[in-house]
Design a protein. Structure first.
Ligand SMILES: *[C@@H]1O[C@H](CO)[C@@H](O)[C@H](O)[C@H]1NC(C)=O
Ligand SMILES: *[C@@H]1O[C@H](CO)[C@@H](O)[C@H](O)[C@H]1NC(C)=O
Ligand SMILES: *[C@@H]1O[C@H](CO)[C@@H](O)[C@H](O)[C@H]1NC(C)=O
Ligand SMILES: *[C@@H]1O[C@H](CO)[C@@H](O)[C@H](O)[C@H]1NC(C)=O
Ligand SMILES: *[C@@H]1O[C@H](CO)[C@@H](O)[C@H](O)[C@H]1NC(C)=O
Ligand SMILES: *[C@@H]1O[C@H](CO)[C@@H](O)[C@H](O)[C@H]1NC(C)=O
Ligand SMILES: *[C@@H]1O[C@H](CO)[C@@H](O)[C@H](O)[C@H]1NC(C)=O
Ligand SMILES: *[C@@H]1O[C@H](CO)[C@@H](O)[C@H](O)[C@H]1NC(C)=O
Length: 795
């Protein structure tokens, strides 16, 4: 085959070869390079390209060709991606083997081989081609005819040439995607499902028997030609002027073929960003719809799913309840975070699981059962009750049950129907350790809703009193711990300078909200792949000393749970006190619940459980027991996958001083306050339980607890009405306009009873958050709740 290629080259390209001959600087037989820390490479005459070793990690080197003049020295060809060379390896130009790569013990790792004899010299050309030539100017080998994943202008691929994508962004091993200019004259893109050997074509050019070459010409076009040179099909078509730009086209590790350009001059006046920019529609235009593997995971790895980015390149993501198998390679699939459902028939665990809804999502294949003419509800119940069911796909009355591992996942507007993915409610992984809940940062960040913190003079007065009491009850413990805490306080928390945060928020430009605790801005940390954050500028200096402030902040920072908004760091500089939190792309629960269209019953169940778990952790698991004091929908935020997280913990305590003058209306928060706030009684974690009870009522009914404009007088205070309905045995009335909830009436009733326990006037009667979590999950029976005192009494 190689002889065919060379023959063709010799016939077709005598001219390029002779022009190349004028610009090359020759490498003589015996020339060598050694892989070590010093840069060793052979440059092309104008220094555009270099051939040599690139360090891939500790003592591992890749023999490669790269763009020498641009900052990231993009690699365009490599020899030994599957077999990296250790420190001290050598590549040498030999008469018999051509280029030979040997390790320090002289064992051969790779060699170019030679087609023919009489090697005279080698040269790195300014086109990016590395050639081995005989004394009679016959090309005995060149890198252009053995591409790895990249092709360059002037490169031509002949029939039988295969291009292999790399394994991942930074791993040059052979990956799972390939394209081949087949001997049958067709261009075919295919994926090999690792580790199986079958292959699946995901894109093909219908040019069977006609294609002769694939050409990347100097003006930036990549196209297929016939034997007589007629253009058959354009693969990419760049419309930008390519003068003054470097170009390359690459089969990316995610399976799409993309063409890029990069300005040559650092001071290029074109306004083009420095770096590689996509200039053509990728092939295939939508890999998410084109790829489906019968055997194998699909492009993203098992249990994962595809979405298409703005650049029309795929993004792999894990569904809720799953995390990436390998955090360095998102295409490696995902694993369940939870213990799978037990198949012990006498203990079906149906209550321990919920189905999370993912719109416009499907996993092709991996189905084991299929029903037609069913309702979504039937589909849900069938999957929940079946321990083999990992997810159900519901679409137009069709219900598919899927088993693990899920394959060929995709999400996008072209998908008909929705996926219902099964996750365990009970969070077995939430422990009070620092690192157990590092969140998956892949979630798409969007604009947050408001992080309004409404409060009032009245509430603040109370907070003052309460926090004093809390403070007093903690003081003895604190003095014992303080030394220890001060030593540990900085661990895991980042301190920022004011300047840094000023820059991160572009000068406090994007305001997200304003409350009595301060003003909240959106910001971004890092330039390459910025993480969005929320920066809270605390309203006024508190009376605390620096030390106290930092100790409080670090106590908050030490909480780490997936249902708490993570405090990432703080700034304490003169007058400036700022807190930096992770960014929650879906805004507040208040907006989600009351403003937008009503979230589904199952989504609400998950939110209830999320909040209960977060609070339970704060009260019981965490090393310092923390009372939140201000649980309300405005303080519950939702992240990209709609996981609920409690925000602003500890702020009430932190900001106890100087917070007595605010003008916000009282009603917002007041509806959530436990009676003991008004009665000069000691305050315990049970105040949070009370507020949670109100929140639960709101989540059941999708309505604010206090609604003075309600048409029916009995419904002005929802909590009262909920009790009436429960008492009259008409719980169904609470959710009558909510089909999903009505069908799940057993759970609705359990939730109502739990809520009634939470809002008992006597704090001692209210269960602990841990108990409540069990009640909600159905792990314990909920006893009949006593009559709560009229809610009106506390208004
Ligand atoms: C080697 O070169 C000859 C012509 O010199 C050509 O016919 C043959 O196909 C080439 N083989 C390979 C493997 O390139
Ligand atoms: C490279 O070597 C060839 C063959 O020996 C010779 O014809 C050519 O002039 C040399 N080129 C340079 C730039 O030295
Ligand atoms: C290695 O290459 C870099 C960039 O090309 C250059 O700045 C540096 O001085 C080189 N180091 C050595 C030891 O040659
Ligand atoms: C690249 O990926 C392959 C396949 O998983 C693995 O065997 C190899 O160790 C990786 N190489 C590096 C440098 O991480
Ligand atoms: C490159 O190919 C395109 C499309 O066939 C053609 O219009 C253009 O003239 C070619 N450029 C060169 C330099 O051959
Ligand atoms: C090239 O071949 C195609 C068929 O493969 C034919 O239609 C076309 O006319 C030919 N063009 C030239 C210039 O010979
Ligand atoms: C900047 O551009 C000018 C002309 O546009 C050129 O002469 C100069 O060499 C460039 N400088 C660098 C560092 O590329
Ligand atoms: C099934 O569950 C029941 C009740 O929890 C238990 O007694 C039994 O041992 C379990 N059987 C198996 C095979 O685990």
């Amino acid at each position: 085959m190689a002889s065919v290629i060379l023959g063709i080259l010799l016939v077709l390209a005598p001219l390029p070869l002779s022009t190349e001959a004028q610009t090359r600087s020759n490498l003589t037989l015996g020339s060598s390079l050694t892989a070590n820390d010093r840069n060793s490479s052979w440059l092309s005459p104008l220094g555009e390209f270099a051939f040599g070793f690139r360090r891939m990690g500790r003592g591992a080197h890749l023999l490669a060709i790269w763009f020498e003049k641009i900052e990231d020295k993009t690699i365009v060809w490599s020899a030994n991606g599957d077999n990296l060379a250790p420190e001290g390896s050598k590549v040498q130009l030999t008469a018999n083997g051509g280029l030979v790569l040997t390790d320090p013990r002289e064992r051969e790792l790779w060699s170019s081989g030679l087609n023919g004899t009489g090697l005279a010299y080698a040269a790195m050309l300014d086109t990016g081609n590395f050639i081995l030539v005989s004394a009679s100017h016959v090309k005995l080998w060149d890198s252009f005819s053995r591409p790895t994943d990249t092709i360059l202008p002037t490169q031509r691929l002949d029939l039988g040439t295969k291009v292999n994508a790399r394994y991942s962004k930074m791993n040059y091993s052979t990956g799972r995607f390939h394209f081949m200019l087949g001997d049958d004259g067709n261009l075919v893109f295919y994926a090999t499902p690792d580790p199986y050997d079958a292959s699946d074509t995901y894109w093909r050019c219908n040019t069977l028997g006609r294609v002769f070459q694939l050409i990347f010409n100097q003006s930036g076009q990549v196209y297929l030609t016939t034997r007589n040179g007629t253009v058959l099909k354009l693969l990419t078509s760049s419309t930008v002027p390519t003068n003054g730009f470097y170009q390359r086209a690459i089969l990316e590790y995610d399976g799409v073929f993309v063409q890029y350009i990069h300005p040559k001059m650092a001071n290029s006046s074109s306004g083009w960003p420095m770096g590689w920019s996509t200039v053509s529609t990728p092939v295939p235009p939508n890999i998410c719809t084109s790829i489906t593997q019968e055997i194998g995971s699909g492009a993203c790895g098992f249990n994962s799913y595809y979405t298409l980015g703005d650049d029309r390149r795929p993004r792999c993501q894990c569904p809720p309840g799953y995390t990436p198998l390998d955090s360095t390679n998102e295409m490696n699939g995902c694993i369940q975070d939870f213990v799978p459902q037990s198949c012990n028939g006498s203990r079906p665990e149906t209550d321990q699981f919920v189905l999370r809804e993912m719109l416009e999502t499907t996993w092709d294949r991996s189905d084991y059962e299929h029903s037609t003419a069913q309702t979504e509800d039937w589909c849900r119940e069938a999957c929940l009750a079946d321990c083999f069911c990992a997810a159900a796909i519901f679409s137009n009355g069709f219900c598919w049950k899927k088993k693990n591992p899920l394959s060929n996942g995709k999400m996008g507007p072209w998908v008909d129907g929705k996926a219902l993915i099964k996750v365990r409610i009970h969070d077995t992984t939430s422990k009070c350790t620092k690192n157990d809940q590092k969140k998956n940062k892949n979630t798409t960040m969007m604009i947050i809703g408001s992080v309004l913190l409404s409060c009032s003079a009245f509430v603040n007065l109370l907070l003052l009193l309460i926090t004093y009491l809390i403070y007093r009850s903690f003081r003895s413990r604190d003095s014992k711990l303080s030394r220890q805490v001060q030593i540990n306080q900085v661990i895991g928390m980042r301190t920022f300078t004011y300047q840094e945060l000023h820059e991160a928020t572009y000068g406090f430009k994007e305001k997200l909200g304003r409350g009595s605790f301060g003003t909240v801005y959106k910001g971004a940390l890092g330039f390459e792949d910025p993480d969005f954050v929320v920066v809270k500028v605390l309203a006024t200096r508190t009376g605390e000393s620096e030390k106290e402030f930092e100790r409080e902040v670090s106590a908050i920072g030490q909480t780490n749970h997936k249902n708490l908004v993570q405090l990432l760091g703080f700034c304490n500089e003169g007058q400036h006190r700022l807190l930096v939190y992770e960014f929650m792309s879906n805004g507040t629960l208040a907006d989600f619940l009351f403003c937008a269209s009503r979230p589904s019953w199952y989504r609400r169940i998950e939110i209830v459980c999320d909040v209960a778990r977060g609070l339970s952790y704060l009260h019981e698991d965490c090393s310092r027991h923390i009372i939140h004091c201000d649980i309300k929908p405005q303080n519950i935020l939702l992240d990209g996958s709609l996981t609920a997280k409690i925000s602003d913990l500890g702020l009430a305590k932190l900001l106890m001083a100087n917070q007595t003058r605010t003008t916000t209306g009282v009603r917002g928060t007041r509806g959530y306050l436990a009676p003991e706030w008004f009665r000069n009684m000691p305050v315990s974690s049970k105040v949070d339980v009370y507020s949670f009870g109100i929140l639960l009522v709101e989540l059941i009914c999708c309505r604010k607890n206090y609604e003075p404009k309600a048409e029916i007088e009995a419904q002005i205070v929802m909590a009262d009405w909920v009790y009436d309905c429960y008492h009259n045995g008409s719980v169904l009335q609470l959710v009558e306009s909510d089909e999903e909830a009505s069908r799940d009436i057993k759970r609705v009733k359990r939730f109502v009873m739990t809520a009634l326990w939470c809002i008992q006037e006597d704090p001692a009667l209210r269960p602990t958050m841990k108990k409540i979590t069990q009640m909600l999950e159905g792990a314990v029976e909920v006893p009949v709740p006593p009559v709560p005192s009229s809610f009106m009494s506390s208004i």
